[in-house]
Design a protein around this ligand. Structure first.
Ligand code: HGY
Ligand code: MN
Ligand code: MN
Length: 407
C-alpha cells in the first residue's frame, strides 16, 4: 500500500505553477483569477479520478469517492489560496496529498466502507478577506454566512461578488455535514520537526488565536510649519503601540506570540503629519487565559500611547478562535499510521490556524504535519523535501484507510 511519489511530485509542480512568483513562490489570493485557475485545475483532477464534485455557498469544493455503505465520509482537506509572495506548500500539500491518497486507493482497487471526500476550503489565509478560515468558520456555524459574504478586500470588493465572478458561488448549503473524521496534512511552518530530524508531526491541537484592528485618529497637518508642541501624530502613537505589542510577548513569555503585520498610514507622504493609521495585532497562545491577559495589556498600552499623543482611537477585537484539541482517537490513529509508514515522528502542537480548527468544532478532526525547511513559511523560501512529503502522504493514506475501513 504505497503512494506514488513521482505522481505526487508532479502534481505539486503543476499546481505550483498557477500563481507562481518569479522567485518560485506563490501569490494566489483567495477568489482572484489565479485562485480560479487553481480551483479549476483541482476540479479537473477530481473529475478525472471519478469523484462526484459539489460546490457550496462559500465556494468550498468537495470531491466524493463512493464507499460501500451510505455512511458519513472520511474527509481530507485544506486550501489552495496563498498569502502574497507565499510558498507553494502551505495548503497546496494538503489537497494534493489528499488527491494522491484517492489515486492510490484507485491504483490498488480498494473499496472503503465509508466514502472518502477531498475538500478545498475558501480563503483559509485571511490575506485578502478577513478573518482567516472564513469558509470552514461558516460551515462550523462560527461565522454568519452574511458576514462572510460582506467581507471586503482592501479595494472594497465583497467576497460574495468575487465568488460569483469566478463561478464558485455554489448552491450547496454551507452548513455542518456529518463526517467520520476530518484529516488535514499540512506543513509545520515552524522549526521543530526539521531540528529533530523527524518526517511527520502527529498534531494534538492548535493554539488559540486573537486578531484585533487598531485605528488611530490624529490631526493631519503640514510637516514643516507645524510646531512640535501642537502635533497630534497618529503614527507616533502607532509606533508606541507596535513596540508595546512586542513588549507584551516579552513580559508574559512562555508560548505567547504577538505580531503587527499590517500598517496603513494616511496620507502616507513625506511632508504631511499622519492623520490616520490602522494596524493589525495578531496574538496566539495555547492557553486562552493567557490570551485574555495579553489582550488586557494591549488595551492599556493603546490607551496610554494615545493619551500621550492626544489622539483618538478605536480598538476592535474582531476574531477569536479558542485553543483546539484534536479528537484523541483520530490523533491515536494518525500516530499508528505514522509508525506503520515507518516515519520518524513525534506529537506536536500547531502554532498556525487551519481549517481543521473549525472542523474540530463539528466532528472528530486531526492533522499530519511534515517539516518546513528552516521552519520558514508564508514566504517564497517555503520548502519541504519530497522524502518527508512521501512519509506524510503515506501516513495520511494509512490513517484515512483505518478510519474509512475496508469494504
Ligand atoms: O493565520 C494562520 O495561522 C493561517 O496561516 N491562516
Ligand atoms: Mn495553511
Ligand atoms: Mn497559511
Amino acid at each position: 500500500m504505497r503512494i506514488d511519489k513521482k505522481r505526487l511530485e508532479l502534481s505539486i509542480e503543476e499546481l505550483g505553477r498557477i500563481g507562481q512568483t518569479p522567485r518560485g513562490g506563490l501569490t494566489r489570493l483567495a477568489l482572484t483569477d489565479e485562485d480560479k485557475r487553481g480551483r479549476d485545475w483541482m476540479v479537473a483532477r477530481m473529475r478525472e479520478a471519478g469523484l462526484s464534485v459539489t460546490v457550496d455557498q462559500m465556494g468550498n469544493i468537495f470531491g466524493e469517492r463512493a464507499g460501500a455503505a451510505p455512511l458519513p465520509p472520511v474527509m481530507m482537506g485544506s486550501h489552495v489560496d496563498s498569502v502574497p509572495t507565499g510558498g507553494r506548500y502551505d495548503g497546496q500539500l494538503g489537497v494534493l496529498c489528499g488527491l494522491e491518497v484517492i489515486r492510490a486507493l484507485d491504483d490498488q482497487k480498494i473499496r472503503t466502507r465509508h466514502p472518502v471526500t477531498l475538500a478545498i476550503f475558501t480563503n483559509e489565509e485571511g490575506a485578502r478577506f478577513q478573518p482567516a478560515m472564513i469558509a470552514s468558520g461558516v460551515m462550523a456555524g462560527k461565522i454568519a454566512l452574511e458576514d462572510a459574504y460582506n467581507a471586503r478586500d482592501k479595494d472594497g470588493i465583497r467576497l460574495v461578488d468575487e465568488l460569483e465572478r469566478i463561478g464558485y458561488l455554489g448552491a450547496e448549503p454551507c452548513v455542518a455535514r456529518p463526517f467520520r473524521a476530518y484529516l488535514e496534512l499540512h506543513i509545520e511552518q515552524g522549526p521543530f520537526l526539521e531540528e529533530e530530524g523527524l518526517s511527520v508531526g502527529v498534531v494534538e491541537g492548535i493554539v488559540a488565536i486573537a486578531w484585533s484592528r487598531l485605528t488611530i485618529h490624529g490631526v493631519q497637518d503640514h510637516a514643516g510649519p507645524t510646531p512640535m508642541r501642537i502635533r497630534r501624530d497618529a503614527l507616533v502613537a502607532a509606533a508606541e503601540v507596535i513596540g508595546g505589542v512586542r513588549q507584551i510577548a516579552r513580559e508574559i513569555g512562555g508560548d505567547l506570540v504577538t505580531t503587527v503585520g499590517n500598517l496603513v498610514v494616511a496620507p502616507n507622504i513625506v511632508n504631511a503629519i499622519p492623520g490616520r493609521v490602522t494596524l493589525s495585532i495578531d496574538m496566539r497562545d495555547p492557553l486562552d487565559a493567557t490570551l485574555d491577559r495579553a489582550r488586557a495589556r494591549l488595551e492599556s498600552i493603546v490607551r496610554e500611547a494615545c493619551e500621550q499623543e492626544g489622539v483618538r482611537y478605536e480598538l476592535e477585537h474582531y476574531w477569536r478562535v479558542p485553543y483546539t484539541p484534536f479528537d484523541r482517537d483520530v490523533v491515536d490513529t494518525v500516530e499508528r499510521a505514522a509508525r506503520a509508514a515507518g516515519a520518524r515522528y513525534r506529537r506536536i502542537r500547531s502554532g498556525a490556524g487551519h481549517d481543521a480548527q473549525y472542523m474540530a468544532a463539528i466532528g472528530p478532526a486531526g492533522m499530519v504535519f511534515v517539516p518546513s525547511r528552516e521552519g520558514r513559511s508564508h514566504c517564497e523560501e517555503e520548502f519541504t523535501p519530497i522524502a518527508d512529503i512521501e512519509y506524510g502522504a503515506h501516513t495520511l493514506l494509512l490513517a484515512a484507510l483505518d478510519l474509512a475501513g475496508r469494504a
